[in-house]
Design a protein around this ligand. Sequence first.
Ligand code: P6P
Length: 338
Amino acid sequence: HSADAHRTDLMTITRFVLNEQSKHPESRGDFTILLSHIVLGCKFVCSAVSKAGLAKLIGLAGETNVQGEEQKKLDVLSNDVFIKALISSGRTCILVSEEDEEATFVEPSNRGKYCVVFDPLDGSSNIDCGVSIGTIFGIYMVDGHDPTIEDVLQPGKNMLAAGYCMYGSSCTLVLSTGTGVNGFTLDPSLGEFILTHPDIKIPKKGKIYSVNEGNAKNWDGPTTKYVEKCKFPKDGSSPKSLRYIGSMVADVHRTLLYGGIFLYPGDKKSPNGKLRVLYEVFPMSFLMEQAGGQAFTGKIRALDLVPKKLHERSPIFLGSYDDVEEIKALYAAEAAAK
Ligand code: P6P
């Protein structure tokens, strides 16, 4: 009976979010409505990504985005879909996208109290070769007054929710609303995200490190020492495996489920690394902490960072609690030696 109950008691993301809402009797359901519009965006992008190879959506849109990268049609499409879905939810006031240099301020007539920061299609350089890519998002509350850009420059610890949707062999949405992490898999025949990974907890320690070793020439001391330790452990333990996909959503998803550490360090060429604070570092750090892991910038807890600019970058070391502790110790030792 129990097996059958599992199969027939479909816990969809909609039901799950409504259950969460019922824990807050005072809630008017705005957050639930916002999340449902984000889920709608993910379903659309999932469908577009899976058809991309056939629909010739692949290929340059001829424009470049604020990052100076060639913009692929799927990037443009995904960004447009999320901007429109979020505005039509009537629950947002400011939107920050990796694809747009400036923030979008929603018309007062259609304005809500949430600010959403997102990367509509992260890892897009991998689109053409079929590597998993994803949408990453974070949600802040902006209280009553007319929103300004300062309202977005909040530390990650103020986020109410964060998540990603990975478009790979299956479409998986991983979400935290501040009380743990849950994973949902899209059932295309139902068009519903079904709860498949309840209450995800990252292993306390892992056997995998994930970094672009091609940047090793420019790494600083602590990162160099840490990676050395992964490859040539002094305590007789076996070396860690290197797994690096080059698509943050895929590398973080594997780290969350299998354990280990994901690193995008700063280096001599780019002291702040490559990943963006608001819509890459903060959402993934939020999820890691909610799953029992941690996230570190090389100086401080990642979620304590206060961004000064929309698209600023930060080095990031995130994953299993014990693995991140090791790199924190190496940076602390360097700071003490100065
Ligand atoms: P590199 C993809 O372009 C991305 O923004 C992240 O998804 C990914 O983690 C990172 O860049 C990969 O960067 O320098 O290792 O190719």
